[in-house]
Design a protein around this ligand. Sequence first.
Ligand SMILES: Nc1nc(=O)c2c([nH]1)NC[C@@H]1CN(c3ccc(C(=O)N[C@@H](CCC(=O)O)C(=O)O)cc3)CN21
Ligand SMILES: O=c1ccn([C@H]2C[C@H](O)[C@@H](COP(=O)(O)O)O2)c(=O)[nH]1
Length: 302
Amino acid sequence: MYQYLELMQQVLDKGSFRKDRTGVGTRALFGGQMRFDLKESFPLLTTKKLHLKSIIHELIWFLKGDTNIKYLQENGVTIWDEWADKDGNLGPVYGKQWRGFSAEGTYATILGNTGYEDGLVINPDDHDNKELGFKNLETTSIDQIGKVLWYLKKFPFSRRHIVCAWNPLVIDQMALPPCHCLFQFFVREENGKKYLSCQLYQRSCDFFLGVPFNIASYSLLTYIFADCLGYVPDEFVWTGGDVHLYDNHIEQAKLQLSRHPLPPSAQLYIRNHHEFPWEYKFDDFEITGYESHPAIKAPIAV
Ligand SMILES: Nc1nc(=O)c2c([nH]1)NC[C@@H]1CN(c3ccc(C(=O)N[C@@H](CCC(=O)O)C(=O)O)cc3)CN21
Ligand SMILES: O=c1ccn([C@H]2C[C@H](O)[C@@H](COP(=O)(O)O)O2)c(=O)[nH]1
């Protein structure tokens, strides 16, 4: 994971100081890329211990199209707690957009003055409110995960294998607009075998807490798709937009940089094959050979 440590060092050395939405403050670079060869090892950070359970359950939860934290809580995962409402809902976040991208539940067609600028709170469940001057569009829902899997099977060399979580029609209803907002698959053939790569565009990157999770999560997603398709996991390419270290993560980042990375020896095995990505369960995955330095605590910026 030298790629991660190199980019972390660059953010520390060259990042500009910026105010941010959370009020914590960051230093940030715009634009960054890291490549991980999945054929060598499963990319887990070794300079601090990662909580694999949270990463795996979160991905299973996205793939099921779930946007309520109940499933996560039942499995001891607390990483989304701060953003949920009293019923555990997060609005139409990742799961909804991956499995049912649509304009559902929005004040999508503006008939007149919505009063939005006046700070009027619009209830998205109020489906046809003439008084407020909006009504819902007739919606078409797209299962982007199912569709891209089908295209990967039928037209592996297509350049259109894209899943996009950034849905401008419903962004204001999300507890947090998607950070990892678009990914693309790429297939190449060598000696009769098909190799599957994935590239993520992450618009906003909490480099200390979020990014190690995001790298592991999308690498796991690539393995899952490869397993469904009978292809070989090839590369994961991470591309970041606003790559930042929060001011209250600087000491933790420096501690990490002072540690010697351990050999990248983690491997992922999928115990049970499934036809579709949303059918995988926690016990279908086995990670072996993961060794790391101890965990480093850091506060999350809300
Ligand atoms: N500021 C911020 N950074 C993020 O990375 C982030 C958000 N907000 N909001 C939405 C999700 C939630 N994510 C999170 C939230 C918490 C941890 C975290 O505290 N990680 C601890 C371990 C906690 C655990 O797994 O139980 C760590 O040491 O990695 C990581 C990612 C990623 N996303
Ligand atoms: O998977 C994730 C989810 C969130 N983040 C980080 C990136 C930012 O620090 C915050 C989001 O704040 P915005 O003001 O909406 O950019 O969450 C992440 O790194 N990975």
